[in-house]
Design a protein around this ligand. Structure first.
Ligand SMILES: Nc1ncnc2c1ncn2[C@@H]1O[C@H](COP(=O)(O)OP(=O)(O)OP(=O)(O)O)[C@@H](O)[C@H]1O
Ligand SMILES: [Mg+2]
Length: 391
């Protein structure tokens, strides 16, 4: 903005000022020629705005017109015009040595015009050296300004690019979630619709299909509940509590189901005092999800082993089953919302669990061997005993 003000307001004004000064001081060699060159110079300054691709041609033209203007004005004051023109020409140049060459060239032109009306004295010779040094300083300052501005623009562009990327990623995830949700809800809805149509021909009685319909409605309720849970932004009830207590609760909640299916849950803990800053209910939900998955993955009577230990400031819980395992190609997908290989699964269990663990500053990892079993590891920051007492 400021540079535009200099090129398109200050520069023309200065040209008019030099014209006026040269004519009134009776210095001009030829007033009509001076006025003509001055007007053309102003015009050329505006023309390169319209033809930005011909900037080199216009720059050469402007230097030539300035030289003629200077020659007819016979005034040293034209120096400022050379400097303004130089700053404009330097703008698109990236290499320093080219900028210095252009700077020296500009002063050479100025000196040549100046020598047409100045004697070669010691004073003038030293003035020429001073002009060259000034041009060098101008080149350095302008290059510095240009470099800083270029870096600033690059940074702004990068931030804009990243913002757009994250925005579109967010929209993509939202879209996937919404599509998955709609797909999951459509199945029970189709069933309900079918039975309602059937009931019309049976005198609107739904008694024979009541249980089926109820199950489908339950499934939708569960699904929407889990979906809402998934989009909840924060965990509300953090406390420092022992991981051992949390796992005890998980075992008491899942033991009966395991026994019915003929499986065993084995639990080994290396310490009962491993404390974690957590929402214990949410953490129980995570482990119940994992244990249920493990139980469902074992077709034959099998074992679910839970190990609790700490290492390097982290509490580790490793949950291993002797189930069918996961194919390497599918392992990346299991944390995707709605990815399921089960007839009645929602595919939200692991994605919700992963989110809860991440909200606690932890990590959920998986390793699996097809036909042998799967191992899920949860890592959470260990809360030191002393810190917990103080808290
Ligand atoms: N322990 C495991 N062994 C083998 N495969 C597993 C195990 N845990 C998860 N998976 C695979 O990951 C998929 C996704 O699990 P996730 O818990 O997210 O959903 P789900 O169990 O299918 O459905 P939901 O949890 O809603 O009942 C499962 O369908 C299954 O294919
Ligand atoms: Mg599950």
């Amino acid at each position: 903005m400021i540079s535009r003000l200099i090129y398109y307001a200050v520069f023309p004004l200065y040209v008019v000022f030099v014209m006026y000064s040269s004519i009134t001081l009776d210095k001009s060699l030829n007033s009509p020629m001076l006025i003509g060159a001055g007007l053309l110079l102003i015009l050329s300054m505006f023309s390169d705005l319209r033809y930005p691709k011909k900037i080199v041609l216009f720059s050469i033209l402007q230097y030539a017109l300035l030289f003629v203007f200077h020659y007819y004005s016979q005034l040293n004051w034209c120096y400022s015009l050379y400097i303004i023109l130089l700053s404009k020409v330097l703008y698109p140049i990236k290499r320093m040595y080219i900028s210095i060459a252009v700077g020296f060239g500009t002063i050479l032109l100025y000196t040549s015009a100046r020598l047409t009306y100045m004697d070669v004295t010691k004073y003038n010779f030293l003035a020429v050296i001073s002009d060259f040094l000034t041009s060098l300083a101008v080149v350095f300052i302008i290059q510095y300004i240009i470099k800083t501005e270029r870096e600033k623009n690059q940074l702004i562009e990068q931030i804009e690019r990243e913002t757009t990327f994250y925005q579109s990623e967010k929209l993509k995830v939202m879209g996937e979630l919404a599509a998955g949700m709609a797909h999951e809800i459509r199945n029970p809805l189709t069933t309900i619709k079918g039975f309602l149509q059937l009931s019309k021909s049976q005198n609107y009685t739904i008694k024979p299909w009541y249980d089926l319909l109820w199950n489908e409605v339950e499934r939708m309720t569960e699904l929407t509940g889990e979906f809402l849970e998934f989009s909840k932004p924060r965990i509300t009830c953090y406390n420092v509590s022992p991981m051992h207590d949390c796992l005890q609760k998980v075992i008491s909640l899942t033991e009966a189901e395991a026994r019915i299916l003929g499986h065993q849950i084995l639990y080994t803990e290396f310490s009962k005092d491993l404390l974690v800053h957590m929402d214990a209910d949410k953490m129980v939900q995570v482990f119940v999800n994992l244990v249920k998955n493990a139980l469902e993955a074992m077709n034959e009577p099998g074992k679910v082993t839970i190990r609790l230990y700490s290492s390097k400031g982290w509490v580790h819980v490793v949950l291993t089953d002797t189930g069918k395992g996961i194919r390497q190609a599918d392992i990346k997908k299991i944390f995707d919302p709605f990815y399921t290989t089960k007839q009645t699964g929602t595919g939200l269990g692991l994605s919700i669990s992963q989110k809860i663990v991440q909200d606690h500053g932890g990590k959920l990892d998986v390793t699996s061997t097809e036909g042998q079993g799967t191992s899920f590891t949860i890592r959470l920051p260990l809360k030191p005993l002393t810190a917990a007492k103080g808290a």
